[in-house]
Write a protein that binds this ligand. Structure first.
Ligand code: ADP
Length: 166
């Protein structure tokens, strides 16, 4: 039987525990998960694509996991074809995610009917977590323990509090 491969795309600026929760669920369902970091300077990211990829690799773990991390730009469905995947995985948080995600899923189906979109829900603790909120709370001095992996805490400290300001 052919390998079941999923692509989990996103900005991951930075990766947080909601993303990691989705990746864990995905790994149980698929033989391989390709975490695809979107190259989109238009979004004015805090971290470069390389920094985001390194953080994801450290958070997910290296050898022996059925995950790999890559960057992509252009049409997602073309990237899905290139890596030989059959599905796109997206996380669904609140109802507010639903409308945009459905539009994207239906557009992607139109562009490439072979690609299915699979939605997964995170643990309830992470329903309100977003990369935007992580950056905002951290920059205001809030505690993020339990919400982001250690590697992200260290990167945020270096980037947003370089003088060691608490
Ligand atoms: P994008 O810019 O594509 O939305 P994100 O990095 O914000 O990139 O999110 C990537 C994916 O992870 C999306 O499918 C998003 O819905 C999902 N996601 C983001 N935050 C959470 C969370 N707290 N719980 C579950 N899924 C999430």
């Amino acid at each position: 039987m052919s390998q079941r491969i999923a692509v989990y795309p996103g900005s991951f600026d930075p990766i947080h525990n909601g993303h990691l929760d989705i990746i864990e669920r995905c790994r149980v369902i698929f033989d391989e998960v390709v975490i695809a970091v979107l190259h989109n300077e238009g979004k004015k990211p805090l971290f470069s694509v390389e920094e985001r990829i390194d953080a994801i690799r450290e958070a997910v773990g290296g050898e022996g996991t059925n995950c790999r991390v890559e960057s992509f730009s252009g049409l997602l469905v073309d990237f899905v074809d290139r890596v030989g995947a059959q599905a796109v995985v997206r996380g669904l948080r609140a109802v507010s995610d639903f409308e945009y995600e459905m539009q994207m899923a239906l557009m992607n189906r139109r562009l490439n009917p072979r690609v299915e979109t699979v939605f997964l829900m995170p643990k309830q603790d992470y329903i309100y977590l977003s990369s935007r909120l992580v950056k905002e709370v951290f920059s205001l001095g809030g505690k993020l323990e339990g919400l982001v992996p250690d590697v992200v805490l260290r990167s945020l400290e270096a980037r947003l509090r370089p003088d060691g300001r608490a």
